[in-house]
Design a protein around this ligand. Structure first.
Ligand SMILES: [Mn+2]
Length: 416
């Protein structure tokens, strides 16, 4: 029987503090500046939260930095935050992940004495004390190379059963094909270990994948692009011998959102603008910065059609005043009446031409090949700063949608 005091800790992962947000450089300065600083603002909020909530310690499970430059500013903000925690006797445990592997050497980081860093790629542990008494074993490892593809779970062993055992693991479920699979594990692997809480990292979407014991991805603390939507933050965990309690706290500075809007009886551009303004007002609050992708569907009673040039003009007009605002709603892109739905699997199997198109798209893996001339063009290079890895899938999806839409409009089997 364990006779332990309860502990409270903060679990965060994938901070990517130095995210460059390269793909957004063509936004107006004020908006871009807010986005570029968002990860650091969210981090400062996290530090204050840890202090307000009087946690015993904080866990950062991998990808503290986005890339190996680890900008000077992000390092300073991190150090300042850690020192603030030290003033409040809060300990910090850090492991590095696939983005910031070997960061300790690369960025020549020095941390205050409250901060413990896992440096080895083999699992090791620290014992965390409270009021001079050992309370928890915290196990973890850091990536020494970018690809850790071996299974790591087997190495997590409880050294002393009278202590809580908290395991930090940056990796993914073996079955997860959406992400690069690092340090893969099965749910059963996690269940089979003497661990009270699996503090996971790597997947940016918040999720609890197991509740006995808890295995939790807190997600990142700030979205990094339009696909990382909604609230982002961390968990405060209360662990006692008999129960585990989790509370999520949002920390994001800028919220990415994708919304669908249906409009009725829109007969003029004036109506359209009015409806859009109204919708924006609805989203606007006193304390949020919202970066939005909007899909608008006009019903049959609407008499207008809004073309691409008009959309651009409308967005310029609607977004313009936001540059001056402290809290803003920025509509990054807007699609009108482009909602075509088709059963992709069925269509692919059919003998229609559209099926051939989908097959070809699925087989052609390298988008780069088709856009390399564009990427090399000096005007393009000057204005567009894509991170190709981030936009690749989107380009493919968009291309497919446009082609299928045209085909459906013209009637697929119509021969002329
Ligand atoms: Mn990450």
């Amino acid at each position: 029987m364990r006779d332990l005091k309860s502990i409270r800790f903060l679990h965060a992962a994938d901070l990517h503090l130095d995210s460059p947000y390269k793909g957004m450089k063509n936004l107006p300065n004020s908006i871009f500046k807010d986005i570029k600083e968002s990860t650091l603002m969210a981090f400062n909020r996290l530090i204050n939260l840890a202090i307000d909530q009087r946690v015993d310690f904080v866990l950062f499970v991998g990808d503290l930095f986005d890339q190996y430059s680890a900008s000077i500013k992000s390092r300073m903000v991190l150090k300042h935050g850690l020192e603030k925690l030290k003033e409040h006797n809060i300990q910090v445990y850090i492991s590095f992940g696939n983005h910031d592997y070997r960061m300790q050497e690369k960025a020549d980081l020095s941390f205050p004495s409250n901060t413990f860093v896992f440096t080895s790629q083999s699992v090791s542990h620290f014992v965390c004390e409270k009021h001079g008494k050992p309370l928890a074993q915290i196990s973890g490892f850091s990536y020494e190379e970018r690809d850790v593809t071996e299974k790591m779970v087997g190495q997590y062993d409880a050294k002393d059963n009278s202590l809580y055992h908290i395991a930090m693991l940056h990796g993914s479920l073996q079955s997860n094909n959406d992400h690069d699979t690092y340090a893969p594990f099965l749910l059963n692997d996690l269940k089979g270990k003497q661990v009270d809480y699996w503090a996971l990292g790597h997947i940016h979407q918040r999720q609890i994948i197991l509740d006995r014991p808890y295995a939790v991805y807190p997600g990142n603390i700030q979205g990094r692009h339009i696909k990382e939507t909604g609230k982002k933050g961390c968990y405060i965990v209360d662990l006692s011998p008999h129960q585990t309690q989790l509370s999520f706290f949002p920390l994001q500075e800028v919220m990415f959102l994708q919304k669908e809007l249906e409009l009725e009886g829109v007969n003029t551009i004036d109506d359209f603008l009015h409806a859009l303004e109204q919708y924006k007002d609805l989203l606007k609050t006193e304390h949020e910065k919202i970066f939005l992708r909007l899909t608008i569907q006009l019903d049959e009673t609407s008499q207008i059609d809004v073309n691409v040039e008009q959309i651009e003009e409308i967005l310029n007009m609607i977004n313009g005043p936001e540059e001056e605002e402290k809290y803003w709603v920025w509509i990054q892109d807007m699609k009108v009446n482009e909602d075509i739905s088709y059963n992709r699997v069925e269509l692919k199997d059919s003998n229609q031409f559209a099926g051939e198109v989908i097959k070809t798209i699925d087989e052609g893996k390298e988008v780069e090949k088709y856009i390399q001339d564009l990427l090399r063009h000096h005007t393009f290079k000057k204005h567009i700063h894509w991170n190709l890895d981030e936009v690749k899938d989107e380009i493919k999806e968009e291309a497919e949608r446009l082609i299928i839409k045209e085909l459906m409009k013209n009637g697929d089997d119509h021969a002329d």
